[in-house]
Ligand binder design. Structure first.
Ligand SMILES: [Zn+2]
Ligand SMILES: [Zn+2]
Length: 350
């Protein structure tokens, strides 16, 4: 199959016409990828980051994990899907059998398969999906493949972070730190849930987009951001959504909380932090702050999100700023190095 192949970290991807087709097990499916979002995690992998988590792929490799498409083939044990079905799937693919899966938390499955590490990601023509009955989600006709692309990672990650982990309630103050793909989606979802959203990021263009998506206030990231938020909210936010993941946003996101506030960490750190950040530990005690993680979303929770998209209450399509062929994926990754992209760039099949 054709694929944009990562041959060397940080270097332009190469188009191969003969990348090996994905293999299929009896419970798996192969999906023909029609749209695939280019996510910050792809950029991290392209950079060769995340070695500290054991996530450095063997080269050459095909990345991509925000895919929407059509089922091409299913294994003999798959009963819920067939060739030709329109589908999306979460990047974190569950086994369906472990303790976490049995409890319904398939997104933190103990035997998780990450689509970005299965050797044939969405930067190619076909991708494998493990345990298809557990991990595939039917994409309604009313939602296009391009709209569906970011539902594999950034948009659904924001949905889970706001709803399940953040437990955002109407009228609460919510600060969204970092307005990249996850952050802007979080602004959209939290606003739809009735929260008063404050978007915080460096770029004025991204703040303007956050306004359009429903933020009631915006704050330019910088030294006085915490002070501005404390003033705006008269005592801090109920929920801080940390969508960037680096040291630059971590401490301000905590310090902008009101007493008993909750911080949801969605972003991932880069090479500099290698996953290690400091904590104002005594404040956690004194002010009863809560810190929660948020990791993708399980397939069984997609219907709520799809209904909100179908009715227009949340709008992933408003975040898609660019549709590109596979050949241009490299250019997008390069632009992401300086945080110059806005919203979602989506690779579309010719
Ligand atoms: Zn499992
Ligand atoms: Zn992602």
């Amino acid at each position: 199959m054709r694929a944009a192949v990562l041959e060397e970290f940080g270097k332009p991807l190469k188009i191969w016409n003969d990348w090996k087709d994905p293999e299929i097990g009896p419970s798996d499916a192969i999906v023909k990828i029609l749209a695939n979002g280019i996510c910050r995690s792809d950029w991290h992998l392209w950079q060769g980051d995340w070695e500290w988590m054991g996530f450095k792929p063997p080269l050459p490799f095909v990345i991509g994990h925000e895919s929407a498409g059509i089922v091409e083939e299913v294994g003999k044990n798959v009963t819920r899907f067939k060739k030709g079905d329109r589908v999306v799937f979460p990047f974190n693919q569950a086994c369906g059998k472990c303790e976490m899966c049995a409890e319904g938390h398939q997104h933190v499955c103990s035997n998780m398969a990450l689509s970005m590490f299965m050797g044939a990601g969405g930067f190619g023509e076909y991708s494998p999906v493990a345990n298809a009955d557990v991990n595939l989600v039917a994409l309604p006709e009313s939602i296009s493949f391009v709209q569906g692309a970011a539902l594999g990672c950034r948009f659904m990650t924001a949905f889970h972070g706001v709803t399940a982990q953040g437990e955002v309630k109407p009228g609460e103050w919510v600060a969204v730190w970092g307005c990249g793909g996850v952050g802007l989606a979080a602004v959209d979802v939290a606003s739809a849930m009735g929260a008063n959203v404050i978007a915080v990021t460096r770029s004025q263009e991204k703040l303007d987009m956050a306004r359009k998506l429903g933020a009631v206030a915006t704050v330019q990231a910088g030294e006085d951001a915490v002070e501005q938020i404390q003033e705006l909210t008269k005592g801090g936010v109920h929920v801080s959504l940390e969508c960037l993941g680096t040291a630059a946003t971590w401490m301000p996101a905590i310090m902008s909380l009101r007493t008993r506030g909750r911080l949801v960490r969605i972003g991932m750190s880069g090479k500099e932090e290698a996953g290690m950040l400091t904590l104002p530990a005594d404040l956690l005690t004194a002010r009863e702050f809560e810190i929660r993680g948020s990791m993708g979303m399980q397939a069984r929770c997609y219907p709520e999100m799809l209904r909100m998209i179908d009715s227009g209450r949340i709008r992933p399509q408003d975040l898609v700023t660019e549709q590109v062929p596979m050949e241009e994926a490299s250019r997008v990754l390069e632009a992401m190095s300086s945080y110059d992209t806005i919203g979602y760039s989506v690779i579309v099949a010719k």
